[in-house]
Design a binder for this molecule. Structure first.
Ligand SMILES: *Cc1c(COP(=O)(O)O)cnc(C)c1O
Length: 372
């Protein structure tokens, strides 16, 4: 981690090999909400540590929600945010579930656009790379009584980033959750709240110790239905000789326990564009394991803003371990990944209107008190 005082030379080095969020940029955008004054406009502030009363609500009761979205360099040299409105809406939905204030989309967009504009020189330009934005909203009222906060702070952080599993998109391996649960209906699984990730870490650590990259979470009632990974949605590619492409895609439905991934939504839309049938359909783990073995499950992939689209080459359920396809990235996964990346980098027409252009001179033109 850098200390926030990177020189221009350091920035060049960070941009050559950014990894996933190893280096933060110089700036942050900060938005406050209070019960008395409502939402503030954003202010751009230097990246710096925060001090906090140890009795602050977020530290004890976990009112903390976040987002992850990216800005990409475009062929004309400008920058564009990818589906920021969808991320703004999800942050508001997550906040609502945790009884936190719901940030208006316009406030979110303003903060993101001005931060990207201020950090323009931090945007890496190679395929797959982008500027990762992490808005983090926390309860900042010092109060030990169990109730919702009367003050929230949202800090928008920015990091030059490679895809989180690297730019080679090497297939990952997954192990099913055994005994532990990520989410149940009516819980907070659909909210991007910090506690979900804390709850997933032990199982993830155990999977890592057994040599698997990620956990494939099963449902919390029957421990049978595939849901998602700790921070990515999943898709299955099935052989289907009746279909024109010979395959069909399925992904678990959003019924309150999995994240409504923006990337998941992109994959569904792109499958439609490419004429590949896709269904939101519950899939039991035994069908996945037997499909991998029989060859009916030809590919599996995970997707999310951080990873983009990454193949799952190997899956295990307890001691039952299977390779999917030949263990390498399959044709459908590759097609989805390339199509999505081309749209993000502006080299394929953005027919869905997913990119939102950011003007480079924004920060100098508009001060934080001068909202348009
Ligand atoms: C963020 C996240 C995803 C992916 O969502 P995107 O909007 O595609 O980035 C999937 N699952 C979980 C649990 C997540 O936290």
């Amino acid at each position: 981690m850098s200390d926030g005082t990177l020189t221009i030379t350091d920035r060049a080095a960070a941009l050559r090999d950014p990894g996933f969020c190893r280096f933060h940029t110089d700036s942050t955008a900060v938005v406050h909400w209070s019960a008395d004054h409502g939402w503030s406009t954003y202010s751009l502030e230097p990246y710096a540590p925060m001090t906090m009363d140890p009795g602050t609500l977020v530290l004890h009761y976990g009112q903390s929600v976040f987002e992850g979205l990216k800005a990409f360099r475009q062929p004309d040299g400008s920058a564009a945010l990818f589906r920021p409105v969808d991320h703004a809406r999800r942050l508001a939905r997550s906040a609502r579930r945790l009884a936190m204030a719901e940030m208006p989309t316009s406030v979110f967009l303003d903060a993101c656009a001005h931060l990207v504009s201020a950090d323009d020189s931090w945007i890496p330009g190679e395929p797959g790379q982008g500027l990762y934005l992490r808005p983090l909203m926390i309860a900042t009222e010092p109060e030990l009584g169990l109730r919702d906060s009367r003050h929230y702070r949202c800090t928008f952080l920015a990091y030059p980033a490679d895809p989180c599993f690297g730019r080679a998109f090497t297939p990952i391996s997954v192990l099913t959750s055994a005994g532990t649960v990520r989410a149940v209906r009516g819980g907070v699984g659909e909210a991007k709240c910090s506690g979900n990730y804390a709850a997933s870490l032990l199982t993830r650590k155990q999977a890592n110790a057994r040599g698997y990259d990620e956990v494939l979470w099963l449902d919390g009632v029957e421990f049978r239905w595939a849901e998602e990974l700790s921070g990515m949605n999943v898709f299955f590619v099935w052989r289907d000789d009746d279909e024109r492409h010979g395959v069909r895609l399925t992904t678990p439905p959003c019924q309150g326990t999995i994240m409504r991934g923006v990337t998941r939504d992109c994959v569904i839309a792109l499958a439609g564009d490419l004429g590949i049938p896709v269904a939101e359909e519950p899939t039991p783990i035994d069908a996945i394991m037997s499909g991998a073995r029989s060859g009916r499950l030809v590919e599996m992939f995970a997707c999310g803003t951080a990873a983009v689209v990454v193949a799952v080459g190997r899956i295990a359920d307890g001691d039952d371990d299977a390779t999917i396809g030949d263990g390498q990235e399959g044709a459908v996964t590759a097609r989805m990944r390339h199509t999505l990346m081309e749209i993000q980098h502006g080299t394929r027409p953005d027919t869905h209107g997913w990119l939102r252009s950011v003007r480079k001179d924004l920060a100098s033109v508009h001060s934080s008190t001068d909202r348009q």
